[in-house]
Design a protein around this ligand. Structure first.
Ligand SMILES: Cc1cc2nc3c(=O)[nH]c(=O)nc-3n(C[C@H](O)[C@H](O)[C@H](O)COP(=O)(O)OP(=O)(O)OC[C@H]3O[C@@H](n4cnc5c(N)ncnc54)[C@H](O)[C@@H]3O)c2cc1C
Length: 204
């Protein structure tokens, strides 16, 4: 509990892997410290845990790390394996969408303190952030796509990777059907043709 007893509003912008894990850690810390002052706003128009990598439902889009290495809890390395049950083993490469569901479930299962503000999930996009020094040192105002605004005492920007710059590529390459301007999204959706013909938009 902070000295003033006031609610501390923490905005986590982006509910992909990083935002979901951050919200989970904040809830856990609040529960461990019996801190009833913390309200976490988790803001993302999409589904929880299902960002660029883990939003796919294609069964052949697999994690690049075996299941044994993918626990969301550093102090409980078998957490993901227990969540998976018997269908996959520690050395299996599990579909990425399954991992996205695991992240969402793990957040859902994070400890809450009765009567504490806890977690508020907002399905919207943040379109602007402004500092409001007159309300306090770190005070922020977040503008949402819906036109509403939200006041926070701190914000975590977990927005994922932005599409890479492609100005380095000559026009003849940029207009080629084999040129992938955004290899991350292409690989996430399975649109990457093959390693032999897939051109990254980053210079070698
Ligand atoms: C094809 C592919 C496969 C991968 N495979 C693996 C893997 O097997 N294992 C591994 O550990 N890592 C993998 N990665 C890396 C993986 O992307 C990162 O580990 C992790 O998912 C990044 O999480 P993130 O939260 O930063 O981004 P993301 O998971 O992409 O989440 C960003 C979120 O921010 C939201 N957002 C963006 N802007 C706003 C806004 N203005 N307002 C509100 N919300 C916003 C988006 O909607 C999105 O949900 C892979 C990456 C790719 C591209």
């Amino acid at each position: 509990m902070n000295d003033s007893g006031a609610v501390q509003n923490i905005a986590v912008v982006g509910a992909g892997a990083a935002g979901t894990l951050t919200a989970m850690r904040l809830l856990r810390r609040a529960a461990e410290e019996r801190d009833t002052s913390c309200r976490i706003w988790l803001i993302d128009p999409g589904a929880t845990g299902r960002g660029l990598a883990f939003g796919t439902d294609a069964p052949h889009h697999l994690l690049n790390v075996p299941a044994a290495g993918m626990s969301a809890h550093r102090d409980d390395p078998e957490h993901f394996l227990r969540w998976l049950g018997h269908r996959w083993g520690p050395l299996d490469f599990v579909p990425r969408g399954v991992y996205g569901r695991y992240l969402a479930d793990s957040l859902e299962a994070a400890p809450r303190i009765d009567g504490a503000p806890g977690l508020v999930r907002v399905h919207d996009r943040v379109v602007g952030v402004a500092h409001e020094p007159e309300r306090g040192e770190g005070a922020l105002s977040l503008r949402l796509g819906s036109g509403q605004s939200l006041r926070a005492d701190a914000a975590v920007l977990a927005l994922g990777n932005f599409p890479s710059d492609q100005s380095w590529a000559p026009p003849s390459l940029r207009t080629s059907p084999l040129f992938l301007a955004d290899p991350g999204s292409a690989a996430a959706s399975g649109a990457c043709p093959s390693t032999a013909t897939c051109c990254s938009s980053a210079p070698a």
